[in-house]
Unconditional design. Structure first.
Length: 366
């Protein structure tokens, strides 16, 4: 223990359970419906497979390091985000991006404010750097008291505020107007807005990076674009911020296979948008079906590819959870906040997939 970084000795880990989907044969895997990590539930654009088939035939792809400055990715990101190429940079996942950002801008003892409950990995990343993580929690209905939040920022004077928008796990969406208000009000504070689920909400604050140098927007290719296994994400921020982070970013960590996959999905945005539309329609239908069950108390309005479902009590929640597992349907049982005790987060797939879930839920005895 004495050799361990003192900030890691008593650090609560980010809990990632092993999963049945990785423990069975390819054939058995087809019967599993994985709705717990918010990945896409169908394969990505066929262009991914087309590019990778060509890539595996190149001998040097296995023993040479990947390109450290893929201009095609940057150009395509610029087109997709509608921002200058100097305002974007790709990383080996948004988690990796967050680690670099904390390493660059946060020092030991710095206060960080997290709007929670939320994606817990950022808390881990910050505490490992020696930061002091504070939480401002949503109300019971996952609304936010804007005045209290502003007061909290004012009192704490955090070095960084982390906001997942849309929120994970509720799907709640803060308005762009409110985000602009607080970013402008606190110019000495970094605002990291995690837009992992941007495509499902169509609202972004990213266009404001040209106006606010304290704004950082992270995104991922793991959700709407369907290439979670390739670990790809990107940052949108002020030109100077991109340049500063490039000082410590290791460009060799982004494999050639990941680069080709990113180019493929960005060259077929129509495919992604069709899938997003299908998910959003399935989400509406699924929410209606959930309210027909007498043990469902609330389905929180979601602007992401999942819904947070509140059940009448904890025992009922666990009955539902276990019944789904019995039928090879996996959803997320989140327990890191009192607001989540009676809830399950369920990723949304196609309507056909969600109909399978509904059929199982109808068999649950309340």
């Amino acid at each position: 223990m004495k050799f361990i970084n003192k900030y890691l000795r008593n650090l609560a880990p980010y809990k990632v359970a092993s999963h049945k989907v990785w423990e069975v044969s390819d054939e058995q895997r087809k019967s599993i419906l994985k709705l717990d990590w918010n990945e896409a539930t169908i394969p990505p654009s066929p262009k991914v497979k087309e590019r990778l088939k060509k890539l595996v035939e190149k001998e040097d792809v296995y023993f040479l390091y990947p390109s450290t400055n893929n201009d095609e990715i940057l150009q395509r990101l610029s087109i997709y985000t509608k921002l200058p190429v100097d305002n974007v940079q790709y990383f080996a996942s948004s988690d990796s991006l967050h680690e670099y950002l904390v390493r660059m801008y946060i020092t030991v003892g710095d206060p960080i404010l997290v709007l929670g409950p939320t994606y817990d990995n950022f808390r881990l990343t910050s505490q490992a750097q020696g930061a002091v993580v504070n939480y401002f929690n949503y109300e019971d209905d996952f609304s936010i008291d804007e005045d209290k939040f502003i007061k909290s920022i004012n009192q704490l004077s955090p070095s960084l505020v982390y906001i997942c928008n849309p929120n994970n796990p509720s799907g709640n969406l803060l308005s762009k107007e409110f985000l602009k208000k607080i970013i402008q009000k606190f110019p000495e504070t970094i605002f990291l807005v995690d837009e992992a689920y941007y495509e499902f909400s169509s609202q972004t604050i990213a266009d404001e990076v040209v106006n606010f140098p304290n704004l950082f927007v992270s995104r991922t290719f793991s959700k709407a674009f369907g290439i979670a296994n390739f670990r790809a994400g990107y940052l949108i921020s002020d030109v100077n911020n991109i340049q500063q982070l490039s000082k410590i970013r290791n460009p060799k960590n982004f494999t050639t296979f990941a680069q080709e996959a990113v180019i493929a999905v960005l060259s077929d945005v129509d495919y992604m948008e069709k899938y997003v539309s299908e998910v959003n329609e399935a989400k509406k239908w699924f929410s209606i079906e959930l309210y027909k069950l007498d043990f469902v108390e609330q389905v929180f309005e979601s602007h992401a590819n999942f819904v947070l479902v509140k059940f009448t009590n904890f025992d009922t929640k666990m009955n539902v959870y276990n019944k789904l597992i019995e039928n090879n349907i996996f959803v997320r049982n989140l327990l890191h906040s009192d607001l989540l005790i009676n809830t399950l987060r369920i990723s949304i797939g196609t309507k056909e997939q969600m109909n399978i879930v509904v059929d199982v839920l109808k068999k649950v005895k309340s």
